[in-house]
Design a protein around this ligand. Structure first.
Ligand SMILES: Nc1ncnc2c1ncn2[C@@H]1O[C@H](COP(=O)(O)OP(=O)(O)OP(=O)(O)O)[C@@H](O)[C@H]1O
Ligand SMILES: [Mg+2]
Length: 232
């Protein structure tokens, strides 16, 4: 069954349309990657799913129920968490306090979830008392993912996790996202880096607010021609 269904979604900013009838779905347990050049509408898509931007028309369904029109915190409560573009950690708070802010559960559950996050990112545990603003870019990205995990989402949306990271660090982040998926969380990652393809099941390519490719990630990974056609 599809966990997330986006159907004929239209939205934009002011009078400017960006998503022009966007449709795709993601099955439970999958890792999907949304690729596309700058300005294609990737951030607009995940922000609309997260409730940060209203849909003009169309539907967004999660577990079969509509979530378009819900406030962002209600979308989180349903089980969808976003790691926003640009990380947005709170620089003057400690690593641990940043994680606690992402929590939506009982205290006992918070402790357990922080331990799980530290399991994925041992570096965050080493730096738990350090102010987030003093972390490296890669560590801040780990913290942003960890904070999103604190709500124990069933669907994790990650907007450009690899931006500004070294190729090696980007691979490390992709590997952790892969583990998070193995542990049962469905994932949608936005990327401009095709290096994410080996970690994905489903590839979506968007161009000017619509989906131009939707298929197995291996198809895109295995074909230079397809990659040239869709990724430029
Ligand atoms: N807050 C905003 N106000 C007005 N226009 C916006 C706003 N945010 C994005 N846009 C426009 O919407 C279009 C899609 O932007 P979006 O950020 O969704 O693209 P993207 O695929 O995430 O790009 P990038 O790879 O640069 O992150 C672009 O033309 C952009 O200029
Ligand atoms: Mg973007």
């Amino acid at each position: 069954m599809s966990l997330l269904e986006v159907e004929d979604l239209r939205t934009g900013y002011g009078l400017l349309p960006v998503l022009q009838g966007l449709s795709f779905s993601i099955d439970e347990g999958q890792t999907a990657v949304l690729l596309g050049i700058n300005g294609a509408g990737k951030t607009t898509t995940v922000n609309a799913i997260a409730g940060l931007l209203r849909a003009w028309s169309g539907q967004i369904r999660f577990e079969g129920s509509r979530i378009d029109g819900l406030e962002p915190w209600d979308v989180v409560a349903r089980g969808v968490a976003l790691v926003p573009e640009g990380r947005r950690v709170f620089p003057a708070m400690t690593v641990r306090a940043n994680l606690e802010l992402g929590a939506w559960t009982s205290r006992a559950q918070v402790r357990k979830t922080i331990d799980e996050v530290y399991g994925y990112f041992p570096r965050l545990q080493e730096r738990s008392g350090q102010l987030a603003g003093t972390l490296s870019g890669g560590e801040q990205q780990m913290l942003a993912i960890g904070r999103a995990l604190m709500s124990r989402p069933r669907l994790l949306l990650v907007d450009e996790a690899s931006l500004g990271l070294s190729p090696l660090l980007a691979q490390t982040v992709f590997q952790v996202i892969d583990r998070i998926n193995d542990d049962g969380t469905t994932v949608l990652v936005v990327e401009q880096n095709a290096g994410v393809l080996p970690y994905a099941d489903q590839a979506l390519v968007m161009e000017k607010g619509t989906i131009t490719f939707d298929g197995p990630a291996t198809a895109l990974e295995g074909s230079d021609e397809l990659r040239r056609t869709y990724l430029g």
